[in-house]
Every structure is written in structure tokens, then in C-alpha cells.
Design a protein around this ligand. Structure first.
Ligand code: ADP
Ligand code: ADP
Length: 204
């Protein structure tokens, strides 16, 4: 049976960075609701468009997000799930859809999260994630095309972190209570974080 990894953590904790590596190393799908929503920002739903919520740092309504996850899970054998569930009702929905090999929490303090989010840059061509201080590309051509996400501004970051503490921390608490959660120091170097996650997955 393929690995089914849940990666939990605040915005900026390093979920996208680690998911990319895990997907490659374990030959599994990277399922990320954030990327899926960004690709469909202006999709009309009965709850409005994802854009309205994302630009305010709020959660996109559950029915919209659950449908994305449902479709992605039914196409995937193994996966690393990144950015979902973000509230308890999504966690309940997920438990009805699939079992998990491991639920891993990347623990990072708030000051570090703000530094990471406001300095984050994306390569629009490859989806690779960079940082103005911690991790810039060697290739000048890549550097020149990097973009900042609309919601990585200081103002929206604050709202996203509030949303996280209110809605998503209870999800982490839930997995802690069920005994499924394994915690990783997300402030370590990305290589070290990856090594630790791999050990957890290999032991699961
Ligand atoms: P998330 O998907 O959890 O929001 P990202 O993987 O996009 O997080 O990382 C957020 C920012 O922090 C990016 O700019 C990334 O380059 C940087 N980053 C990720 N992991 C680390 C780490 N272990 N140490 C320092 N910076 C990191
Ligand atoms: P980050 O990891 O940096 O928080 P994401 O790319 O995961 O960013 O998410 C960006 C935005 O997309 C969120 O702020 C939220 O508006 C929306 N979003 C992503 N995943 C979900 C989800 N599971 N439920 C509701 N909204 C979501």
C-alpha cells in the first residue's frame, strides 16, 4: 500500500517545500488545496469565488474545498496532503474518505512564520518555492521571474495566522488526542526536516 501522508502546520511552516520533496522521493501525488484554489480563483460557486476568501485570509467554504480533495484523493494511490484539513469539519470529512499512514506536524513559532511568509517567492513556471533571505535560486533567469503571492503581504499574513490559530489549531489538537500526530521541529534546516519526516514515514 502506498504512503498516505498528512502534513500539518501553520502557513509558512514549510509544508509546500517538504511536500514537493516527499512526492518525488516516495513517488506519490502532492495534493494541495492552496494550489488548486489559486488555479481556480475566479471560479463561480454558490458561495462566491475563492478569491474573495483568499484575499481576506479567510477559509474558502468547506463544500468547495471538500470537492477538490475528493476528486484528488480518488485519483491518487499514495499522496502527501498539504493545506487540508484546516478545520474540524474538514478533518471529519477526510476521515470518512481515507486512512492515513502518518500525520506529521511541522512546528514553527509565529515570528519565524511571518518572516518566512513575507519573504516567500514562487517560480510561476515550476511552482518551486524560494525565500528572499533563506533560499534564492542560483540561476539568474529563474531569479528574475520569481513572483510574490498576493496574500503574502504583511497585512493578509496577519489575517491568515489568525484564521490558522482559530480554525486549524483545533485540528492539530484533534490528531494529538487520537495519538496519530507526530511532531517535527519545523525550524530546522529544510534538509534536516526532510530527513526527520522520512524516518517517520519509513517507520510507520
Ligand atoms: P507552507 O506551504 O507551509 O506555507 P512553504 O513551504 O511555502 O510553507 O515555506 C514558506 C517559506 O519558508 C518559503 O519561502 C520557504 O522557502 C521557506 N522555508 C521553508 N522551509 C524552511 C526552513 N526549514 N527553513 C527556512 N525557510 C524555510
Ligand atoms: P499557506 O500554506 O501559505 O497557508 P495555502 O496555499 O495552503 O497557503 O492556502 C492559501 C489560501 O487558500 C488560504 O489562505 C485559504 O484562503 C485557501 N485554502 C487553502 N486550503 C484551504 C482549506 N483546506 N480550506 C479552506 N481554505 C483553504
Amino acid at each position: 500500500m502506498s504512503n498516505r501522508i498528512l502534513l500539518l502546520g501553520a502557513p509558512g511552516a514549510g509544508k509546500g517545500t517538504q511536500s514537493k520533496r516527499l512526492a518525488e522521493a516516495y513517488d506519490i501525488e502532492h495534493i494541495t488545496t492552496g494550489d488548486a484554489l489559486r488555479a481556480n480563483k475566479d471560479m463561480e460557486t454558490e458561495h462566491g469565488t475563492p478569491r474573495e476568501y483568499m484575499e481576506a485570509g479567510d477559509l474558502v467554504p468547506d463544500p468547495v474545498v471538500n470537492e477538490i480533495v475528493d476528486a484528488a484523493l480518488s485519483d491518487a494511490d499514495g499522496f502527501v496532503l498539504d493545506g487540508y484539513p484546516r478545520n474540524l469539519s474538514q478533518a471529519e470529512y477526510l476521515s470518512e474518505q481515507t486512512d492515513l499512514t502518518a500525520a506529521i506536524f511541522l512546528d514553527v513559532g509565529e515570528d519565524e512564520l511571518v518572516r518566512r511568509l513575507t519573504g516567500r517567492r514562487m517560480d510561476p513556471e515550476t511552482g518551486d518555492i524560494y525565500h528572499t533571505e533563506f533560499n534564492m535560486p542560483d540561476d539568474e533567469e529563474v531569479e528574475e521571474r520569481l513572483v510574490q503571492r498576493d496574500d503574502d503581504t504583511e497585512e493578509v499574513v496577519k489575517d491568515r495566522l489568525d484564521t490558522y490559530y482559530e480554525n486549524t489549531e483545533p485540528v492539530i489538537e484533534h490528531y494529538r488526542e487520537t495519538g496519530e500526530l507526530v511532531e517535527v521541529d519545523g525550524e530546522a534546516h529544510p534538509d534536516e526536516v526532510f530527513e526527520r519526516i522520512s524516518e517517520i514515514v519509513d517507520d510507520a
